[in-house]
Ligand binder design. Structure first.
Ligand code: ADP
Length: 270
């Protein structure tokens, strides 16, 4: 039997990552029509497992999404989590730090947003910005950011030890595809609000960002918090891949409903 295409996206701990060798337009052997139906099936199953995780209230899941602009972090979140009970999902978006955030270490604001027991947390950008944009744009010297990979591994180990299952997806979009999507944002009045002039600065730094991503993936893909490189040029591939990765984690956790109180079984409510 062919190896699970999603498992092949996983960055094995300690291996080198060359993003140039990961196709951004891969279909993973899927057909679009099937993939859209399969996504619906995956979402139904996610709904069941999320309800159990919530009821169990012992453990949590953290999905970290990182990507270049316009790779579709927001679209992925909308597509995968739309059917779930919002009470059990917490999405945290990390922007340029401001106010009190700047007066603390970089993990301070992140830890606060980590999912509570029973919840699925999603990080739309994350602590990885502190070894990505911070490194590429020189917001901190190398002596500072280079120590962070170790902090991050330790931080994620702490979360994992305390009951959080972590999975991290790099949505890998191609440079040409990004150009088209950014142009669409400029041209479409409904999407224009998403476009920032700074997106062009980041685009000009593409090779440096790719290098920074390669380092981050290499140094922080661990058994307890693996990275996946998800091809993101086709939304339907990206969405199904992330849904399957998240579903795989929940299936593996196998959350259990708490046992009923004594005397409930067979009780007739009058
Ligand atoms: P998004 O692109 O995620 O939809 P925005 O357009 O508001 O949202 O962009 C958020 C910006 O915040 C990004 O350019 C990102 O690089 C930046 N950012 C996030 N975290 C940090 C950080 N720790 N230091 C500097 N910049 C950051």
């Amino acid at each position: 039997m062919a190896k699970d295409p999603v498992a092949r996206l996983r960055v094995a701990p300690g291996t080198k990552v060359d993003l140039g060798r990961h196709a951004t337009d891969a279909t993973l052997g899927w057909e679009k029509e099937w993939a859209l139906e399969e996504l619906e099936r995956a979402k139904e199953r996610l709904d069941v497992l999320q309800a159990r995780l919530y009821a169990e209230e012992q453990r949590s899941v953290l999905l970290v999404l990182q990507a270049m602009d316009a790779a579709g972090k927001d679209g992925t979140i909308r597509s995968i989590l739309s059917g779930l009970n919002p009470a059990g999902v917490h999405v945290a978006s990390f922007k340029v730090p401001g106010g009190r955030e700047t007066q603390h270490d970089y993990l301070w604001r992140v830890h606060e947003q980590a999912p509570a027991k029973g919840h699925i947390g999603v990080f739309n950008r994350s602590h990885y910005e502190d070894v990505l944009v911070v490194r590429v744009k020189g917001f901190a010297p190398k002596a500072v950011w280079s120590k962070r990979y170790e902090h991050i591994r330790e931080f994620e180990q702490l979360l994992a030890d305390e009951g959080t299952r972590i999975v991290k997806c790099f949505l890998h979009v191609g440079k040409d595809e990004q150009r088209e999507r950014l142009q669409e944002r400029v041209d479409d009045p409904e999407k224009r609000w998403k476009f920032r002039m700074g997106d062009l600065d980041d685009r000009a730094l593409w090779p440096k960002f790719q290098r920074a991503y390669e380092d981050a993936l290499e140094r922080t893909s661990t058994k307890y918090a693996p990275w996946y490189v998800v091809p993101a040029d086709r939304n339907w591939v990206r969405n199904l891949a992330v849904a399957k990765i998240l579903l795989g984690v929940l299936e593996d956790m196998d959350p259990q409903l708490p046992p009923p109180e004594d005397g409930i079984e067979g009780l007739v409510v009058r």
